[in-house]
Design a protein around this ligand. Structure first.
Ligand code: 5GP
Length: 192
């Protein structure tokens, strides 16, 4: 029988720099049943990010227009002046393809999606081993200015305080271990 995603949703949330992107990529490669939910965002593309692959990069005007037309499942101003959101059309696209969307989104967005789809959502919170470690990781990524680094570190401490809102907490003390733990949780949810 063909795989029936039953309109399930997987949310992977964490403070930025906790390693959620590498865990998300690992899961997406391992399970063809999953598909990355491409968010809309108004920030600039970084490095080799591509429109329609990493994000749908939108102007602030076009993002606002989609808010007005209720085209988002959730949206947030994640950083000062920068909007990010999950489009309803993106979830539909993935479900129509008989796959389960994986949302790599911030903590507030994750809580909103979970409230809207309480019976079909699995949420994973990826916790950094410590705020100091997280700061080191963000610094080594080399994509942050002093100011944006400080903003991300502050936001991280705040976000960690919401970890108990999520179904499962995976501590990313060692990436290969954390990936495997996440994989077991996904297999359970997908009934593999
Ligand atoms: P970045 O700018 O590093 O790509 O992402 C910044 C933060 O925005 C990350 O925590 C990321 O998970 C979050 N994010 C990405 N897409 C969405 C979205 O659609 N909605 C929300 N609420 N957050 C998002």
């Amino acid at each position: 029988m063909a795989f029936d995603p039953q309109n399930k949703i997987i949310i992977i949330t964490a403070p930025s720099g906790a390693g959620k992107t590498s865990i998300t990529h690992y899961l997406l490669e391992k399970y063809p049943q999953l598909a990355f939910s491409i968010s809309a965002a108004t920030r600039q593309a970084r490095g080799n990010e591509k429109d329609g692959v990493d994000y749908y990069f939108l102007s602030a005007e076009s993002f606002q227009e989609k808010i007005q037309h209720q085209q988002f499942v959730e949206w947030e101003m994640v950083y000062e002046g920068k909007y990010y959101g999950t489009l309803k059309s993106e979830l539909e696209r993935i479900w129509n393809n008989h796959q389960v969307p994986v949302l790599d989104i911030d903590v507030k967005g994750a809580i909103h999606v979970q409230q809207q789809y309480p019976d079909s959502t699995l949420s994973l919170f990826i916790e950094p081993p410590s705020v100091d470690e997280l700061k080191k990781r963000l610094q080594s990524r080399g994509t942050e200015t002093e100011e944006s680094l400080a903003a991300r570190v502050n936001k991280a401490s705040y976000e960690i305080s919401f970890k108990h809102h999520f179904h499962r907490i995976v501590i990313n003390d060692h990436l290969p271990r954390a990936r495997e733990e996440a994989a077991r949780i996904i297999e359970d949810f997908l009934e593999l």
